[in-house]
Design a protein around this ligand. Structure first.
Ligand code: PLP
Length: 447
């Protein structure tokens, strides 16, 4: 069965983020079913989904509460366009998101994937300044090593060379500030000191370009696709102050870190800030269906609210905007958050992950083990003292990937960084297993 599926697949598919030739030597794995933290293939092998299927899954595969919500909603209404029409699931979801997100975020604009949510925020920010008579505010400041998606606008405000450089000639130019990434700090600096130091570079750029900048775009606390590099929440606070002072929007991309990944419901809470735009996707639907939302403030919404003939409206749409089934899933996910006190109960798992992973820092080829809440990352290096990385051509992370699969764990390293971002239904025994396999995988990959 498995073999024939692979053959049929290779005859007609082109997979995401994949050099298809790799499949001559690395077999893909057809998955038959999922249950809780496990994925199961056609030979009965089970894999712990330790990376939440690309950071989307929150409450396990085939979650009964969510399955039930889908069944109910599909019998009521599967879809209706959201222009001129509305429906209960999207209204309920919007009310809940407005009350859950930081104060001031009062309007929800929907799309169907993370990149599109970023496009919405970029266009709205620019368009706001245009409506306010400041068309010169049309540039964006971004962080080095940031990632905001793959469509051309979202890719343009990202800075991971691997994804961006090839398409450089197609994209708008941005202003790039050095990342507050604490892996790169001086040995004597703690995370806060380093993040404060790095903010000076950002402040210089903001001061210099304030008149032409619409917004600063960031991933709060963790640059996930940027090798899970992390920084201190003080950076968020300083950035909020500066954006207020210089009249620049702050766009918080919480597509990956939202919904509890960093330990709080939203990462912005740790800096005690409200961004002008917050983009959410991935965990929004607990790993079930494509949906995204860009939340913004009254002040921004009002700048578009006018007589039609002034042509100030935000004329942006996607066919599946606010799909009712996806919204019903998001509502079911929020039900689980509240009825199971998920953010609180996760604190124990967070402590346990730390406890089980501390020792990995002693490994001769590990330069750092870092953690923000439910996200753990291990930096595998050639030389621990100098933090010299293995060259990317050696593809050491791939060896960890292959080894962990053979042990029943799905880890998909980013370059030389092995990370762990599990569904919240993982138990302590499964956490131990994943971390043991990760450590053994590193030993094999570095020997
Ligand atoms: C995944 C991701 C995106 C893009 O979302 P897609 O749904 O894949 O388009 C944007 N920003 C961050 C931080 C992400 O992790």
């Amino acid at each position: 069965m498995s073999k024939s599926l692979i053959e049929r697949d290779l005859a007609v598919l082109w997979h995401p983020c994949t050099q298809m030739k790799d499949h001559e030597s690395i077999p893909m794995i057809p998955i038959k079913s999922g249950q809780g933290v496990y994925l199961e293939d056609f030979d009965g092998n089970r894999y712990i989904d330790a990376i939440s299927s690309w950071w989307v899954n929150l409450f396990g595969h085939a979650n009964p509460t969510i399955n039930q919500a889908i069944q109910y909603q599909m019998q009521e209404l599967e879809h209706v366009m959201l222009a001129g029409f509305t429906h209960e699931p999207v209204i309920n979801l919007s009310e809940r998101l407005v009350s859950l997100t930081p104060p001031g975020l009062s309007r929800c604009f929907y799309a169907d994937n993370g990149s599109s949510a970023i496009e919405v925020a970029l266009k709205m920010s620019y368009h706001y300044w245009l409506n306010k008579g400041q068309p010169e505010k049309k540039r964006f400041i971004t962080l080095d090593n940031s990632y905001h998606g793959e469509t051309l606008g979202a890719l343009a405000v990202g800075n991971v060379a691997l994804y961006r450089d090839t398409y450089g000639p197609l994209m708008m130019e941005t202003i790039v500030a050095p990342s507050p990434d604490c892996y790169l700090r001086n040995e004597n600096d703690d995370w806060e000191t380093h993040s404060r130091k790095m903010f000076k570079h950002m402040l210089d750029l903001i001061e210099k370009h304030a008149d032409e900048v619409a917004a600063v775009v960031i991933e709060p606390l963790v640059q996930c696709a940027g090798y899970m590099r992390m920084y201190h929440s003080v950076y968020l606070m300083l950035l909020r102050e500066a954006c207020d002072h210089y009249n620049i929007h702050l766009i918080a991309d919480e597509i990956a870190v939202g919904f509890g990944r960093t330990g709080t419901m939203f990462a912005c809470e740790q800096g005690n800030i409200s961004p002008d735009f917050m983009c959410l996707s991935k965990g929004l639907t607990a790993g079930y269906l494509p949906l995204s939302v860009t939340l913004t403030k009254d002040e921004i919404y009002s700048a578009f609210y006018d007589d039609y003939i002034k042509l100030n409206a935000f004329l942006h749409s996607h066919s599946y905007t606010g799909n009712p089934i996806a919204c019903a899933v998001a509502n079911a996910s929020l039900d689980i958050f509240s009825s199971n006190n998920v953010i609180e109960t996760n604190q124990e798992l967070i402590g346990y992950i730390k406890k089980c992973s501390d020792y990995i820092a002693n490994h001769p080829h590990v330069a750092e083990v870092r953690q923000h809440g439910m996200i753990l990352a291990i930096e595998m290096v050639k030389d621990k003292q100098t933090k010299t990385a293995y060259s990317w051509q050696e593809r050491r992370g791939l060896r960890v990937y292959e080894y962990s699969l053979s042990q029943g764990v799905l880890l998909r390293p980013l370059g030389n960084v092995i990370y762990f971002m599990p569904p919240y239904v993982i138990n302590k025994q499964q956490i131990e297993k994943v971390l043991t396999v990760a450590e053994a995988g590193i030993s094999i990959a570095t020997s």
